[in-house]
Ligand binder design. Structure first.
Ligand code: ATP
Ligand code: MG
Length: 444
C-alpha cells in the first residue's frame, strides 16, 4: 500500500526525473468516469468542491488505461491530512511521520495522500536533517513514485490524465520503466525490485532494460528489509492472480535465491513448466482469484511447503516411526525451517492443521470418519487430499470415497462405512495402551 513506501526514509539518489507535464484529454485516454468506484468519485468531488486539487493516482489509473478493473483507489491531493480530515467525517489520519488519511465511504476505504515533495538532494545539503515528510507539488509527487505507469493522475471531473514520465506511452508499449536512475531507486527502497516482479508478471509487461539491469547487483539488499514488509510483498506476489507468471519474472530478473525463502520454495516446488502439486495449487489459486473467488492463505502455504513435509515424513517413517509420530516430526522440522520468514502464526496454525489431518483420511471405519468430518479444518484438509490424489500421492478411490461421504445421507454414510476397506498396515496409531477390538464393522 501507499502508506508502506511513504513510511520509508528515502536516503537520497541522483535521479533527475524529466518533469515534462503532459495533459491528456478524454479523447486520448478514454477512461470513462463511471469506472471509478462511488467512493473514489465522491472523495475527488468533495475535495474539489472544497477548493483542493484531487486526483486518482497510481495503480488505479494504470489499470483503467489497461481496461482492468482497479483493486482499490488511491487519491493524491494538495490538501494536508488535517484539511482532508476536516472534510470527511468518517476519516482518520494514520501514520505519524508521513500521515495519510483513510476516508471511509460506505464499505469502501479510500487512501488519501498529500503530494510528497522533499526533493531527495536536501539530504546532501543538510546531512540527516532532511525533512522527509515535506509536502510537495504534483510533479514532485510523481517523481517519487516507482514506475512510469504508476505515476499518472486522473481527474474524473476534468476528465484529464496528467503524465510526467511518459507513463501512458509505456503502458501502451506494455513496458515497465523505473522513474529516474533505477539502481539508485532500488537502493532507496529494495522492495521496488519485488514490485517490478509482481507488476511485470501480473500485467504481462516487459521490464525495460535499464530498469532490469541493476537488479542483479542490488538483489542482496532485499533481505535487509524488515521481514514483515517482505512477507507482505511476497503475499502480494503469490495472491496476485498471476503467481506463476511472477515466478517466471523472479527468475528472469535474477532474484531467485535473493528475495524471500518462500519464493525460493515456490520456485523449487513449481519450476517454470512444472505440473505438480505446487504448480497446480498455484494455478488453482490464480484461477480462483481471477474469478473473484476467495482463497485461503493457509491452504496455499500448506501446499507450497508440503513437498518438504512429505519428504521428511517418509524419512522418519523409514526410520521406524509410526505414521503420526513421523508426520509430527516432519512438520516440526519444516516449521523450524520457516523461522524468520515472517509468516504470521495464524497461517502456520492452519498449515499444521491441514497437514496433521492427512493420515486420518485412511480410517474409514467406525466413528472416525464422523470425527474427522467434524473437525474445523476438515474441508481444507479434504481439498488438500484431492490435490494429493490428483498427484497420485494417494489413491483416487480414497478421495472419491470422501467426496461421496460428504454428499451422502445418514443411512448412506452408515452403509459406506460398513463397506469401507480397512486402513492399510502401519497407518494405525501405535500409542494405544490396550489392544482394542477393531472398530465396529472392521472384521473380515
Ligand atoms: P496494485 O494494483 O497491486 O495495488 P499499485 O501500483 O497500486 O498496484 P500500491 O502498493 O497500491 O501498488 O501503491 C500505490 C502507488 O504508490 C503505486 O502505484 C506507486 O505510485 C506508489 N508506490 C507504491 N510503492 C512504492 C514504492 N516502493 N516506491 C515508490 N512508489 C511506490
Ligand atoms: Mg493500489
Amino acid at each position: 500500500m501507499l502508506k508502506k513506501w511513504l513510511h520509508k526514509v528515502l536516503p537520497g539518489g541522483k535521479h533527475n526525473p524529466a518533469q515534462h507535464k503532459t495533459v491528456l484529454p478524454f479523447a486520448e485516454h478514454r477512461i470513462s468516469a463511471d469506472k471509478l468506484s462511488f467512493a473514489a468519485e465522491k472523495v475527488v468531488t468533495r475535495l474539489n468542491q472544497a477548493g483542493y486539487d484531487a486526483w486518482v493516482v497510481g495503480g488505479a489509473v494504470r489499470d483503467l488505461l489497461l481496461g482492468i478493473e482497479p483493486k482499490d483507489f488511491d487519491i493524491a491531493t494538495d490538501a494536508t491530512p488535517e484539511e482532508v480530515r476536516k472534510i470527511f467525517r468518517r476519516s482518520r489520519i494514520i501514520g505519524r511521520r508521513f500521515p495519510i488519511v483513510h476516508v471511509m465511504v460506505g464499505p469502501e476505504t479510500i487512501e488519501v495522500t498529500t503530494y510528497r515533495g522533499g526533493e531527495v538532494h536536501n539530504h546532501n545539503e543538510h546531512g540527516r536533517i532532511m525533512k522527509d515528510n515535506a509536502y510537495g507539488n504534483q510533479a514532485q509527487d510523481a517523481a517519487r513514485r516507482d514506475f512510469t505507469c504508476n505515476a499518472l493522475y486522473y481527474n474524473p471531473i476534468r476528465q484529464e490524465v496528467v503524465d510526467y514520465h511518459h507513463g501512458v506511452a509505456d503502458i501502451r508499449a506494455r513496458r515497465l520503466v523505473m522513474i529516474g536512475e533505477a539502481a539508485a531507486r532500488y537502493q532507496e527502497d529494495p522492495v521496488r525490485m519485488l514490485r517490478a516482479v509482481r507488476l511485470s508478471g501480473k500485467l504481462g509487461f516487459t521490464v525495460d532494460e535499464r530498469t532490469a539491469a541493476p537488479i542483479a547487483a542490488c538483489a542482496h539488499l532485499i533481505r535487509r528489509e524488515p521481514v514483515a514488509r517482505l512477507f507482505d510483498e511476497v503475499m502480494k506476489i503469490v495472491f496476485s492472480g498471476h503467481a506463476r507468471a511472477c515466478l517466471r519474472q523472479l527468475q528472469e530478473l535474477g532474484l531467485a535465491g535473493h528475495a524471500h525463502p518462500l519464493l525460493d520454495a515456490l520456485l523449487e516446488g513449481a519450476p517454470v513448466e512444472a505440473d505438480n502439486l505446487v504448480a497446480r495449487a498455484l494455478d488453482g489459486t490464480d484461477a480462483r482469484l481471477r474469478a473473484d473467488k476467495p482463497v485461503s492463505v493457509g491452504f496455499v502455504l500448506a501446499t507450497v511447503l508440503w513437498p518438504q513435509v512429505a519428504a521428511a515424513w517418509l524419512r522418519y517413517r523409514e526410520g521406524g516411526m509410526s505414521e503420526a509420530a513421523a508426520l509430527n516430526a516432519a512438520i516440526q522440522d519444516v516449521r523450524d525451517g520457516m523461522n524468520g520468514w515472517g509468516i504470521p502464526q495464524r497461517y502456520t496454525a492452519t498449515m499444521r492443521e491441514i497437514w496433521v489431518l492427512q493420515p486420518q483420511f485412511v480410517h474409514r471405519r467406525g466413528a472416525r470418519p464422523f470425527r474427522l468430518a467434524a473437525q474445523a479444518r476438515f474441508r481444507a484438509a479434504y481439498d488438500f487430499l484431492l490435490l494429493r490424489a490428483e498427484q497420485g500421492e494417494v489413491e483416487r478411490e480414497l478421495a472419491d470415497w470422501w467426496t461421496q461421504f460428504q454428499a451422502a445421507s445418514a443411512d448412506e454414510r452408515e452403509h459406506m462405512i460398513q463397506h469401507a476397506p480397512a486402513a492399510p498396515q502401519g497407518s494405525t496409531r501405535k500409542r494405544r495402551r490396550k489392544p482394542k477390538k477393531a472398530a465396529a464393522g472392521a472384521a473380515s
